[in-house]
Design a protein around this ligand. Sequence first.
Ligand code: ZN
Length: 151
Amino acid sequence: MTKIDHLGIAVASIAAARGFYEALGLNVAQEETVEHEQVRTAMIPVGESRIELLEPLREDSVIGRFLQKRGPGLHHVALHVDDIGAALASLKARGARLISEKVQVGAGGHLYFFVHPASAGGVLLEICQESGQHDSGQHDSGPQPVSEPSE
Ligand code: ZN
């Protein structure tokens, strides 16, 4: 299912920012450090979507520079797709400007790549997909036939 997976919001400090969301009855489900992006993230489930707080580990990281230039705020929008390889190929075929030319593996094994704002209406767009497509208990496309050979 294609949906808004999460909204990435740059903050100076997750510890300082999370209280606001907790006051709304939301909770941080998982925090992790993504070394190669020099960022610490906190995922806050909001219904079917999530808010991803992004705290820079270093001032000269991508998020660190974003904060210096613009201050805290919306950094990217992430779309969940079922077939990230097909999404990448399709965008490449359209000549979309990508931040990186191939799918990357994030913490927890999920797959992602970023589309440059120049090709996405001025919004930094993340396309993502879970690693294994085996999220049991989540059926999003109607009744699943119980393995019954047709005819
Ligand atoms: Zn993200």
